[in-house]
Design a binder for this molecule. Sequence first.
Ligand code: GDP
Ligand code: ZN
Length: 419
Amino acid sequence: MNKHQRQKLESILESLSKDDRDRLYTEARKQRSDAQKRRGSKSRETDDGERLNRGKRRADPLDDWVLRLVERDFSHKKAQKDADAKPMTEGLVVGLTRRRATVLPSGCDGADLSKHILCRLSAELAGRQQDGIAVGDRVLITELDIAADAVEHEVVSVLPRDSKLARPDSHDTHKERVVAANVDVVVIVVSVVSPPLHPRLIDRYLVAIEWGDCKPMIAVNKADLMPADELDEALKVLEPYEQAGIPIAVCAAVPGDDSSVRVDGLRKLLAGKICAFVGHSGVGKSSLANALDSSLGIATKTVRETDNRGRHTTTASAMHFIEPGIKVIDTPGVRFFGLAEMSPDELRWLFPEFEQFVHSCKFTDCAHDHEPGCAVKGAVEAGEVSAIRYETYIRLFEELRTGGKPKDVTQRIRSDIEE
Ligand code: GDP
Ligand code: ZN
């Protein structure tokens, strides 16, 4: 960044509201700490890295990170403002197609859905739609005069995200595809029977969710299909997750059953939040959303169809509004969300319960695998970290290290959508 650019960005920063500035500083702090973590683990890997960094390893000043964000989010706004002084409106992306976004202006909720504005995407956003904009993003839009009597709206910029649900691009695994933004809770839906409960699958989702800084929750569905005593036994496999502080809701989205009691626990946990339901086909993601709000009428599949990897009933990206204040993001990407492509090195940061121990490992780049003096392994032996979660870590670590796929098909998150 040269001096001139810097001055320009600083003047934009000064003109921003306190809220905007606070938001930028929060994101910048997070980006810097993420970068430090990665850089820290990488530079120790090679002698060269050590030599290059020796003596001048210092954190970038926070201001630089903030200015980069100002450039990303507000330089357009400034340019646009200078050009025609059109006011900007802030809104929430509730629907998205290749070229257009449906935006609900800030302050509107589920009752004002008719106030939505169909906007085209700026050329820059349309060009990098895979990670540039997603349902759940907060955006700035402006009016464009395309003719004397016609107005069109355009999404000019995307505001910083608190969290995201992302997966590797199926054509280029080095790129990521953001399938939903600003998701407060990702509900991992599993069913007790048809299909049977595979706790290992939950681990893979947890890692992918952690990656985007979202919070997980587990919904165990189809409880009606199992006698109470068997159900208690089946739920025991979920104890490690409960101990790890992950909320669990036992539900039954029984078709044709009006007793909403069976999803009440879930409703309470989701109140006021933006959420996304992930999980294998046929576990009842659509049925749960419908049970929470019967007016949604989301098409569900029969188990038979899903066994045949049947047709997908949802194609458009959308956000559903459910009382009390629940927003459910349902997009094809969310439906086929799985384990993001990541390096074994990055995996080490994705098990939050290891964090308080990693600094005590003998080696700073400890992979917590076979290394002597590993504090994480010590914590597992002392019962302070769940042995099951640790095994999961080792299994995923091995899988990423060797580039292999899990042997057991039930542990794979298959992407059965063709892109
Ligand atoms: P999705 O692929 O995860 O969205 O699953 P669907 O919502 O389409 O549900 C798959 C099948 O399971 C449908 O035939 C539903 O009627 C059925 N189903 C979903 N939830 C329940 C439940 O809680 N109990 C029972 N008995 N059947 C359910
Ligand atoms: Zn270790």
